[in-house]
Design a protein around this ligand. Structure first.
Ligand code: ITT
Ligand code: NA
Length: 197
């Protein structure tokens, strides 16, 4: 079995590989395709954007596709960067995004730096109603980066139950507690029935 994930983000791709390949499912992503797909994510919600990504690829290729739209929601910033997490500081530059987040939170004390990661997954296949699941994880935004694993905002996301940032966790540990891990758990509960419908 092979599943196409409509992502160009290598960090996401690696996490989906880890999750699916231990179940014997091969993961392909946009990097494995011959053509380049420019997808305009102009939805108002994570779920809309995931659906846009999944449908764009399904229309082009005629095969089942799964897409992930995710981001960081920071309470002290009224939910920013939210659906704009990838382009918070411009053009998908993780370093600039992290710098901007720290700047925006300057002077905000620890207890007010609450935040959550959100992940919306949408799966589509021809002529069947799309399948949607979401996952979230609560944490705090650190004052400076901690750890070198993971991707994106992970070095700034502190996860109290493990007393570590997400960039200090192995991918396996992160997948057990993360927004993406939780969304995939829910996906597994409903996927087989949807797939056979
Ligand atoms: P695709 O659309 O190609 O999948 P993308 O990186 O543009 O890749 P999104 O539009 O969903 O994906 O944006 C997600 C943003 O949130 C991006 O800045 C990521 O770095 C960040 N993000 C998502 N999941 C994350 C995680 O598990 N750890 C750290 N940052 C994460
Ligand atoms: Na994106």
């Amino acid at each position: 079995d092979t599943i196409l994930i409509a992502t160009a983000n290598p960090g996401k791709a690696a996490e989906y590989r880890k999750i699916f390949e231990k179940r014997g499912v091969t993961v392909k992503t946009l990097a494995d395709l011959e053509n380049n797909y420019e997808i305009e994510e102009n939805g108002q919600t994570f779920q809309e954007n995931a659906l846009i990504k999944a449908n764009t690829l399904m229309s082009a290729l005629g095969i089942p596709v799964l897409a992930d739209d995710s981001g960081l929601i920071v309470d002290a910033l009224n939910g920013r960067p939210g659906i704009h997490s990838a382009r918070y500081a411009g053009d998908h530059d993780d370093e600039a995004n992290k710098r901007k987040l720290l700047t925006e939170l300057q002077g905000i004390p620890y207890e007010k730096r609450t935040a959550r990661f959100h992940c919306s997954i949408v799966a589509v296949r021809p002529e069947v109603k799309p399948l949607s699941v979401t996952g979230e994880v609560e944490g705090l935004i650190l004052f400076k980066e901690q750890g070198t694993d993971g991707f994106g905002y992970d070095p700034l996301f502190y996860y109290p139950p493990l007393n570590k940032s997400f960039a200090e966790l192995t991918m396996e540990k992160k997948n057990k507690v993360s927004h993406r891990g939780h969304a995939v758990e829910k996906l597994q509960e409903v996927f087989d029935e949807w797939w056979q419908d």
